[in-house]
Design a protein. Structure first.
Length: 364
Protein backbone atom coordinates (compact mmCIF):
# COMPACT_ATOMS: atom_id res chain seq x y z
CA UNK A 1 0.00 0.00 0.00
CA UNK A 2 2.81 2.39 0.94
CA UNK A 3 4.62 1.70 -2.34
CA UNK A 4 1.43 2.34 -4.32
CA UNK A 5 0.81 5.67 -2.56
CA UNK A 6 4.46 6.70 -3.00
CA UNK A 7 4.34 5.82 -6.71
CA UNK A 8 1.09 7.79 -7.14
CA UNK A 9 2.50 10.89 -5.39
CA UNK A 10 5.74 10.90 -7.41
CA UNK A 11 3.81 10.27 -10.64
CA UNK A 12 1.46 13.20 -9.95
CA UNK A 13 4.43 15.48 -9.25
CA UNK A 14 6.09 14.39 -12.49
CA UNK A 15 2.86 14.81 -14.46
CA UNK A 16 2.18 18.31 -13.12
CA UNK A 17 5.78 19.35 -13.76
CA UNK A 18 5.82 18.07 -17.36
CA UNK A 19 2.27 19.13 -18.30
CA UNK A 20 2.49 22.64 -16.81
CA UNK A 21 5.91 23.24 -18.38
CA UNK A 22 4.70 22.15 -21.82
CA UNK A 23 1.63 24.39 -21.57
CA UNK A 24 3.65 27.40 -20.42
CA UNK A 25 6.66 27.21 -22.72
CA UNK A 26 6.28 28.98 -26.09
CA UNK A 27 8.06 26.21 -28.02
CA UNK A 28 6.52 23.13 -26.33
CA UNK A 29 3.16 21.38 -26.52
CA UNK A 30 1.38 18.72 -24.49
CA UNK A 31 1.67 15.92 -27.04
CA UNK A 32 1.66 12.14 -26.62
CA UNK A 33 5.32 12.03 -25.58
CA UNK A 34 4.74 14.59 -22.83
CA UNK A 35 1.72 12.63 -21.58
CA UNK A 36 3.58 9.30 -21.22
CA UNK A 37 6.90 10.79 -20.09
CA UNK A 38 5.82 11.22 -16.40
CA UNK A 39 5.07 7.48 -16.13
CA UNK A 40 8.51 6.47 -17.43
CA UNK A 41 10.23 9.10 -15.29
CA UNK A 42 8.48 7.70 -12.21
CA UNK A 43 9.50 4.13 -13.12
CA UNK A 44 13.10 5.25 -13.60
CA UNK A 45 13.06 7.11 -10.29
CA UNK A 46 11.90 4.07 -8.29
CA UNK A 47 14.38 1.83 -10.12
CA UNK A 48 17.17 4.21 -9.10
CA UNK A 49 16.02 3.95 -5.47
CA UNK A 50 15.41 0.19 -5.31
CA UNK A 51 18.29 -1.30 -7.33
CA UNK A 52 21.09 0.05 -5.05
CA UNK A 53 19.51 -1.80 -2.12
CA UNK A 54 19.89 -5.08 -4.05
CA UNK A 55 23.21 -4.50 -5.83
CA UNK A 56 26.07 -2.48 -4.38
CA UNK A 57 28.81 -1.17 -6.67
CA UNK A 58 30.06 2.18 -7.94
CA UNK A 59 27.29 2.44 -10.53
CA UNK A 60 24.43 1.75 -8.12
CA UNK A 61 26.02 4.06 -5.54
CA UNK A 62 25.76 6.94 -8.02
CA UNK A 63 22.25 5.80 -8.93
CA UNK A 64 21.31 6.26 -5.27
CA UNK A 65 22.84 9.74 -5.19
CA UNK A 66 20.99 10.64 -8.39
CA UNK A 67 17.68 9.34 -7.01
CA UNK A 68 18.02 11.47 -3.88
CA UNK A 69 18.82 14.62 -5.89
CA UNK A 70 16.00 13.79 -8.28
CA UNK A 71 13.46 13.64 -5.47
CA UNK A 72 14.61 16.94 -3.95
CA UNK A 73 14.78 18.82 -7.23
CA UNK A 74 11.39 17.47 -8.35
CA UNK A 75 9.83 18.72 -5.12
CA UNK A 76 11.49 22.11 -5.52
CA UNK A 77 10.24 22.54 -9.10
CA UNK A 78 6.77 21.33 -8.07
CA UNK A 79 6.59 24.00 -5.33
CA UNK A 80 7.64 26.71 -7.81
CA UNK A 81 4.93 25.61 -10.24
CA UNK A 82 2.30 25.63 -7.48
CA UNK A 83 3.34 29.17 -6.53
CA UNK A 84 3.03 30.37 -10.14
CA UNK A 85 -0.30 28.63 -10.72
CA UNK A 86 -1.96 30.75 -8.01
CA UNK A 87 -1.62 34.11 -9.85
CA UNK A 88 -2.45 32.33 -13.11
CA UNK A 89 -5.78 31.17 -11.71
CA UNK A 90 -6.54 34.49 -10.02
CA UNK A 91 -5.96 36.51 -13.21
CA UNK A 92 -7.97 33.99 -15.23
CA UNK A 93 -10.91 34.20 -12.80
CA UNK A 94 -11.03 38.01 -12.99
CA UNK A 95 -11.02 37.85 -16.78
CA UNK A 96 -7.45 39.01 -17.38
CA UNK A 97 -5.36 35.89 -18.09
CA UNK A 98 -1.59 36.37 -18.08
CA UNK A 99 -0.75 36.93 -21.78
CA UNK A 100 2.59 35.09 -21.76
CA UNK A 101 3.86 31.68 -20.67
CA UNK A 102 5.40 31.48 -17.20
CA UNK A 103 7.54 28.46 -18.08
CA UNK A 104 10.82 30.41 -18.57
CA UNK A 105 10.26 32.18 -15.23
CA UNK A 106 9.71 28.84 -13.51
CA UNK A 107 12.91 27.39 -14.97
CA UNK A 108 14.91 30.49 -13.98
CA UNK A 109 13.52 30.42 -10.43
CA UNK A 110 14.26 26.70 -10.23
CA UNK A 111 17.89 27.13 -11.32
CA UNK A 112 18.46 29.94 -8.81
CA UNK A 113 16.81 28.13 -5.88
CA UNK A 114 18.47 24.80 -6.73
CA UNK A 115 21.87 26.51 -6.71
CA UNK A 116 21.13 28.07 -3.31
CA UNK A 117 19.91 24.73 -1.93
CA UNK A 118 23.01 22.83 -3.05
CA UNK A 119 25.30 25.60 -1.76
CA UNK A 120 23.64 25.52 1.66
CA UNK A 121 23.79 21.72 1.90
CA UNK A 122 27.44 21.46 0.88
CA UNK A 123 28.64 24.01 3.42
CA UNK A 124 30.47 22.74 6.48
CA UNK A 125 28.29 22.61 9.61
CA UNK A 126 28.07 26.05 11.17
CA UNK A 127 29.28 26.10 14.77
CA UNK A 128 26.44 27.23 17.03
CA UNK A 129 27.83 28.37 20.39
CA UNK A 130 25.46 28.17 23.35
CA UNK A 131 26.23 29.00 26.99
CA UNK A 132 23.99 27.58 29.71
CA UNK A 133 24.05 28.38 33.41
CA UNK A 134 24.70 25.46 35.75
CA UNK A 135 24.16 25.19 39.49
CA UNK A 136 26.02 21.89 39.68
CA UNK A 137 29.47 22.13 41.27
CA UNK A 138 32.23 20.67 39.13
CA UNK A 139 30.54 21.31 35.76
CA UNK A 140 31.77 24.85 35.11
CA UNK A 141 33.40 25.15 31.69
CA UNK A 142 32.38 21.72 30.40
CA UNK A 143 32.12 21.83 26.61
CA UNK A 144 29.59 19.58 24.86
CA UNK A 145 29.47 18.97 21.10
CA UNK A 146 26.04 17.85 19.92
CA UNK A 147 26.01 15.72 16.75
CA UNK A 148 22.74 14.60 15.19
CA UNK A 149 21.30 13.48 11.86
CA UNK A 150 24.60 13.03 10.05
CA UNK A 151 22.99 10.39 7.78
CA UNK A 152 26.43 9.15 6.75
CA UNK A 153 26.00 7.47 3.36
CA UNK A 154 24.37 8.24 0.03
CA UNK A 155 25.03 11.97 -0.42
CA UNK A 156 26.96 12.53 2.85
CA UNK A 157 30.30 11.05 1.86
CA UNK A 158 33.31 9.72 3.85
CA UNK A 159 35.17 12.87 2.75
CA UNK A 160 32.60 15.02 4.54
CA UNK A 161 32.77 12.74 7.58
CA UNK A 162 36.54 13.26 7.73
CA UNK A 163 36.13 17.04 7.59
CA UNK A 164 33.57 16.85 10.41
CA UNK A 165 36.01 14.86 12.55
CA UNK A 166 38.66 17.51 12.05
CA UNK A 167 36.17 20.25 12.90
CA UNK A 168 35.05 18.47 16.09
CA UNK A 169 38.56 17.71 17.34
CA UNK A 170 39.63 21.31 16.84
CA UNK A 171 36.91 22.28 19.34
CA UNK A 172 38.52 20.04 22.01
CA UNK A 173 35.19 18.99 23.57
CA UNK A 174 34.77 17.34 26.96
CA UNK A 175 31.73 15.41 25.75
CA UNK A 176 30.44 14.39 22.31
CA UNK A 177 26.77 13.47 22.31
CA UNK A 178 24.97 11.84 19.38
CA UNK A 179 21.19 12.08 19.11
CA UNK A 180 20.49 9.54 16.38
CA UNK A 181 20.32 9.01 12.61
CA UNK A 182 24.09 8.65 12.40
CA UNK A 183 24.94 5.76 10.03
CA UNK A 184 22.54 5.84 7.08
CA UNK A 185 24.74 3.61 4.92
CA UNK A 186 25.55 0.14 6.25
CA UNK A 187 27.20 -1.05 3.02
CA UNK A 188 30.38 -0.37 1.06
CA UNK A 189 31.56 2.78 2.91
CA UNK A 190 30.46 1.92 6.43
CA UNK A 191 33.97 1.19 7.70
CA UNK A 192 35.17 4.63 6.57
CA UNK A 193 32.35 6.37 8.42
CA UNK A 194 33.03 4.31 11.54
CA UNK A 195 36.75 5.12 11.48
CA UNK A 196 36.05 8.84 11.18
CA UNK A 197 33.67 8.87 14.13
CA UNK A 198 36.10 6.72 16.11
CA UNK A 199 38.76 9.40 15.56
CA UNK A 200 36.63 12.03 17.35
CA UNK A 201 38.09 12.66 20.80
CA UNK A 202 36.36 13.78 24.01
CA UNK A 203 37.79 13.78 27.56
CA UNK A 204 34.58 12.51 29.21
CA UNK A 205 33.55 10.21 26.37
CA UNK A 206 31.13 9.80 23.47
CA UNK A 207 27.53 8.72 24.06
CA UNK A 208 24.54 8.32 21.78
CA UNK A 209 20.94 7.22 21.32
CA UNK A 210 18.94 5.74 18.49
CA UNK A 211 17.04 7.81 15.95
CA UNK A 212 14.27 6.51 13.74
CA UNK A 213 16.73 5.62 10.95
CA UNK A 214 18.62 3.25 13.23
CA UNK A 215 15.49 1.10 13.19
CA UNK A 216 15.16 0.97 9.40
CA UNK A 217 18.31 -1.12 8.92
CA UNK A 218 18.34 -2.91 12.27
CA UNK A 219 18.92 -1.52 15.76
CA UNK A 220 21.39 -4.21 16.83
CA UNK A 221 23.51 -3.71 13.72
CA UNK A 222 23.57 0.05 14.25
CA UNK A 223 24.39 -0.28 17.95
CA UNK A 224 27.35 -2.46 16.97
CA UNK A 225 28.47 0.35 14.66
CA UNK A 226 28.12 2.80 17.56
CA UNK A 227 30.41 0.65 19.70
CA UNK A 228 32.95 0.20 16.89
CA UNK A 229 33.00 4.00 16.52
CA UNK A 230 33.64 4.48 20.26
CA UNK A 231 30.10 5.68 21.02
CA UNK A 232 28.50 4.23 24.16
CA UNK A 233 24.87 3.50 23.20
CA UNK A 234 22.31 4.49 25.81
CA UNK A 235 19.16 2.46 25.16
CA UNK A 236 16.75 3.63 27.85
CA UNK A 237 19.57 3.76 30.35
CA UNK A 238 21.80 6.23 32.19
CA UNK A 239 25.54 6.61 32.54
CA UNK A 240 27.51 8.87 34.85
CA UNK A 241 30.61 10.66 33.59
CA UNK A 242 32.26 13.21 35.81
CA UNK A 243 29.51 15.26 37.45
CA UNK A 244 27.00 14.59 34.66
CA UNK A 245 24.24 11.97 34.44
CA UNK A 246 23.46 11.25 30.78
CA UNK A 247 20.01 9.71 30.32
CA UNK A 248 19.47 8.11 26.91
CA UNK A 249 16.01 7.37 25.50
CA UNK A 250 15.33 5.23 22.44
CA UNK A 251 13.62 7.05 19.58
CA UNK A 252 10.18 7.94 20.91
CA UNK A 253 8.26 7.40 17.67
CA UNK A 254 10.04 4.27 16.42
CA UNK A 255 9.87 2.65 19.88
CA UNK A 256 6.35 3.82 20.67
CA UNK A 257 7.42 5.37 23.97
CA UNK A 258 4.48 6.98 25.77
CA UNK A 259 4.84 9.89 28.23
CA UNK A 260 4.48 7.68 31.31
CA UNK A 261 7.26 5.30 30.23
CA UNK A 262 9.39 8.28 29.16
CA UNK A 263 9.13 9.64 32.71
CA UNK A 264 9.95 6.25 34.22
CA UNK A 265 13.19 6.09 32.21
CA UNK A 266 14.15 9.58 33.35
CA UNK A 267 13.33 8.95 37.02
CA UNK A 268 15.47 5.83 36.98
CA UNK A 269 18.37 7.91 35.68
CA UNK A 270 18.13 11.14 37.63
CA UNK A 271 19.53 9.66 40.81
CA UNK A 272 19.91 11.84 43.88
CA UNK A 273 23.64 12.47 43.54
CA UNK A 274 23.41 16.20 42.81
CA UNK A 275 24.79 15.72 39.32
CA UNK A 276 23.87 17.69 36.18
CA UNK A 277 21.07 15.72 34.47
CA UNK A 278 21.34 15.63 30.69
CA UNK A 279 18.79 13.86 28.48
CA UNK A 280 19.36 12.57 24.94
CA UNK A 281 16.20 12.03 22.87
CA UNK A 282 16.24 11.99 19.07
CA UNK A 283 12.64 13.16 18.73
CA UNK A 284 11.87 16.57 20.32
CA UNK A 285 8.83 15.55 22.32
CA UNK A 286 7.90 15.51 26.03
CA UNK A 287 9.75 18.63 27.17
CA UNK A 288 7.15 19.16 29.90
CA UNK A 289 7.67 15.62 31.20
CA UNK A 290 11.43 16.19 31.21
CA UNK A 291 11.00 19.41 33.18
CA UNK A 292 8.98 17.57 35.84
CA UNK A 293 11.80 15.08 36.41
CA UNK A 294 14.93 17.10 37.24
CA UNK A 295 16.35 17.28 33.70
CA UNK A 296 18.70 20.24 33.32
CA UNK A 297 19.28 19.91 29.56
CA UNK A 298 17.52 17.93 26.84
CA UNK A 299 19.17 17.48 23.43
CA UNK A 300 17.20 16.44 20.33
CA UNK A 301 17.30 16.49 16.52
CA UNK A 302 15.13 14.74 13.91
CA UNK A 303 13.32 17.77 12.47
CA UNK A 304 16.15 19.18 10.30
CA UNK A 305 14.22 22.44 10.76
CA UNK A 306 12.22 21.30 7.75
CA UNK A 307 15.40 21.02 5.61
CA UNK A 308 13.70 22.39 2.47
CA UNK A 309 11.20 25.23 2.79
CA UNK A 310 8.20 25.03 3.17
CA UNK A 311 8.57 21.66 4.96
CA UNK A 312 9.41 23.60 8.13
CA UNK A 313 5.74 24.63 8.38
CA UNK A 314 4.60 21.02 7.98
CA UNK A 315 7.17 19.82 10.54
CA UNK A 316 6.07 22.54 12.99
CA UNK A 317 2.53 21.17 12.91
CA UNK A 318 3.88 17.96 14.46
CA UNK A 319 6.79 19.28 16.50
CA UNK A 320 6.15 22.61 18.24
CA UNK A 321 9.75 22.58 19.47
CA UNK A 322 11.06 22.52 15.91
CA UNK A 323 14.46 24.17 16.12
CA UNK A 324 16.54 26.15 18.58
CA UNK A 325 16.71 26.70 22.34
CA UNK A 326 13.60 26.24 24.48
CA UNK A 327 13.01 26.45 28.22
CA UNK A 328 10.41 24.89 30.49
CA UNK A 329 10.82 25.60 34.18
CA UNK A 330 14.46 24.93 34.97
CA UNK A 331 14.91 22.62 31.96
CA UNK A 332 16.68 23.81 28.81
CA UNK A 333 16.10 22.02 25.51
CA UNK A 334 18.09 22.40 22.31
CA UNK A 335 16.75 21.01 19.03
CA UNK A 336 19.37 21.04 16.30
CA UNK A 337 18.68 21.34 12.57
CA UNK A 338 21.14 18.49 12.06
CA UNK A 339 24.83 18.17 11.33
CA UNK A 340 24.02 17.33 7.72
CA UNK A 341 20.77 16.38 5.95
CA UNK A 342 18.66 13.46 4.85
CA UNK A 343 18.48 12.36 1.22
CA UNK A 344 19.14 15.06 -1.38
CA UNK A 345 22.00 17.47 -0.71
CA UNK A 346 19.58 20.38 -0.61
CA UNK A 347 18.75 22.90 2.11
CA UNK A 348 16.48 25.92 1.85
CA UNK A 349 15.64 28.00 4.91
CA UNK A 350 17.74 25.71 7.12
CA UNK A 351 21.42 24.94 7.67
CA UNK A 352 23.90 22.26 8.67
CA UNK A 353 25.02 23.05 12.19
CA UNK A 354 27.24 21.84 15.01
CA UNK A 355 25.96 23.00 18.42
CA UNK A 356 28.69 23.58 21.01
CA UNK A 357 27.22 23.95 24.48
CA UNK A 358 29.36 25.32 27.30
CA UNK A 359 28.20 25.07 30.92
CA UNK A 360 28.91 28.11 33.07
CA UNK A 361 28.53 28.01 36.83
CA UNK A 362 26.11 30.55 38.24
CA UNK A 363 27.64 33.48 40.05
CA UNK A 364 27.09 33.38 43.80
Amino acid sequence: MFLFVAFAVVFIMHYVAVAWTCLNMPFLSLGLLAKVLPFFLTLAFFAAFIIPHQIQNDYTYFMQIAANFWLGLLFLYFIIIMALMVPQLIFKLIGHPIPFGLGPLAVLAFLVLASVCVHNALKEPEIKEITLITDTPGTDGIKIVHISDTHFGETVTPYRAAKLTKQVNELEPDLILFTGDIFEDTGRYTSLFVENVKAMKARLGKFGVTGNHEYYRGVMENMDLFREAGITPLQNKTVQTGKINIVGVNDILASGIKPQYFEEIIRAGTVANNNYNLLLSHTPLYLEEASHNKIDLMLSGHTHNGQIWPFNYLAWMKFKNLYGLYKKGTTNMYVTSGTFYWGPALRLGSKNELPVITLKEAEK
